[in-house]
Design a protein around this ligand. Sequence first.
Ligand code: ADP
Ligand code: ZN
Ligand code: ZN
Length: 764
Amino acid sequence: MEELFAEVILPLPLQDRYTYLIPGHLTGRIKPGIRVLVPFGRRKIYSALVTEITPLSPGDFEIRQIETVLDEDPIIHPVNVELWKWMAEYYMSAQGEVMNTALPSALKPEGRDGSVEERFREKTRTIISLNPELDSPEKIPDILAALKRAPVQQTLFSHFLELTGGKDIRNRETIDRKSLIQETKNGANVLNELIRKGILFSRQETISRLYSETARQGDLNLLNRWQQEAIEEIRLKFMEKQTVLIHGVTASGKTEIYIHLMDEICREGKQVLYLVPEISLTPQIINRLRKAFSNRVGIYHSKMSDSERVEVWNRVLHFTRGEEDGYQIILGARSSVFLPFADLGLIIVDEEHENSYKQHDPAPRYHARDMAVVMGQQHNARVLLGSATPSFETYLNAMSGKYGLVKLLHRHGSANPPEIIIADLQQAYKRRKMISILTPELHSEIGRTLEKGQQVILFQNRRGYSPFLECMNCGWIPACQNCDVSLTIHKKAGRLSCHYCGHHIKLPQLCPRCNSDTIKMRGTGTEKIEDEISRIFPEAKVARMDLDSTRSKTAFEKIIHQLETKKTDILAGTQMVTKGLDIEHVGLAGVINADNLLNYPDFRAHERAFQLMMQVSGRSGRKENQGKVVIQTSQPEHPVIRYLVNNDYEGFFNEHVAERKAFFYPPWFKMIRIALKHKQQATVDSAADFMARMLRELRQAKILGPEYPLIGRVQQLYTKEIWIKFPRQAASVEIRQAVAGAVRETRELPGNSGLIIQIDADPV
Ligand code: ADP
Ligand code: ZN
Ligand code: ZN
């Protein structure tokens, strides 16, 4: 018989594909998309994914055999593996690394010596029913009589009859085993006797671990006039372009438009992927989708348990197989791009400018928005990107005609965008008009808003009480022992903490260097805002939303719920308060200090600052009320502030994108960042110099660095970075090959053991 071979992907950061022999007895069962167990190395067994079957032997070296098959049916489709391949090439990682990120860990068991076990178990319950042959009112008395000598069994059987419809019926119901035996002493044994005698039957039934509700599909909201115009324009643009950007102000009702389009695509029988930033995956949006699509919607994100993720995975497969519990629509965070879709009709990327679409660690460092565009091509699906403040990358693509562009400039229900008031911090300090952390403007607007019975959201991009402690006598500032940063004060916890490695120490009362008690907390974090605002407005109920106050998923939901039910008057927080909150009675949004945002040393700082502040202002004045926004800054004339006040995204884009062009930055140029890390500074220095020298031979690219990043040491590792910039049209395959070569040679250099090299294509 002819021999067959299988190409597989192993979950390792090595080469892309490996070949194994298919033993005769497994021939029919091995297909692309199923998992198999294969030996690798000396004693290891891995689960691997089959990508191809071929009669061609890979060469005349010894070839090992597949040991077992883990799946009956494929867990993934060829088009999904195509995406892995694309990602591995573009983001310069191995396909095994992509697979590791893609599959929920319960789908990739690994181990030694064949001790591999499937980690995912379906959750089941046991159902008890009457033997169908005995299921008639005439036979029941006979059974009861026969059980006379076993009174406990007789009692349990009578109990069963009562619970399943009484003595005198046919086709009685079944009952859950637990509820049957819970009141009977020794019930399990008694029941087993009845089963052994063939009176009762028992079987397993799978139950869902996920939210199982029977919400009926509701009618969709009618679109308002502008939404109607926009959706028609979107349909038109889709006739020419695969990808369309909807540039719609916050609260214009983009989500309503998405829901209508999703409904259309579902009717065609195709699948829909709706991506949102993880932080925007709130009960609000989930409920809106459930209301429209009921249990055809699955939710997928990283905070779910592994078993839940496997269940969503399977139910996406089930849809393609036409099974009843299949999910046609997935609402999810960035990792949802990996779900086993077979035939997508529409991919929506809401808040497409959000950074959280980018995976930072581990490799592949992919961008889910960009992957959505690639998937659009692979599935021939439409891709709709939505934002009130599009990323420069996307807006340039729209301007150049690569993407279609549709605008939606009217808020739903209220005619006017919020009024933006700029409060000059420097003036207020000089004239001694500050009320603690508040300018007179923000102070009086908060008062007025509370009087009207409305709510306030305050934004500051620093968590903790104060960013650092300083001794006024000797200048001592406590810093992290593992990282090049100062320690942040967390007053409630009585700690100084490092936000990069988690290291913390007790908050000192005296300066450990000079013993002086003149140590001062400098700067303002969210915890301090919460304290100060409670002091200034003692009647108001103040809450805080940041990483520290939302460590558990329920805490996050609780804070939102209290805001919705008006149990909170003022919410202070980090970026979290700027995203996706859609609260009806918020009348005022405040930015405590815009200077931090404006002065951040990064070429994207102004783009970010504009997006963030625009987003903050989007939180105020929904429905009928016109909202207000107060921005505190010592640079009231800053161009970012000027464009913001004029609500002029386009002007802002035009000015800044020209600057980017002049300095060879994205979106005009592409970038690859290489980070080298090691415990020894000298090792990092010499390795980085060596690599940069090799890369400088590239003709089409500019090489920047090696340089220390903003924080040169994190978790005891020194870091140096090299940046490669090249025109968008450059032959990126060549550049990637050169980078791969340089990385390999640098790694192999003697003395470089323990060196970590991370590659990030299109870093954000
Ligand atoms: P966006 O996604 O653009 O920020 P949303 O879709 O969240 O806007 O809409 C903002 C608010 O207005 C939501 O509470 C939404 O329910 C409501 N809304 C928007 N459009 C409609 C509509 N056509 N009918 C009813 N309510 C709408
Ligand atoms: Zn001191
Ligand atoms: Zn640290």
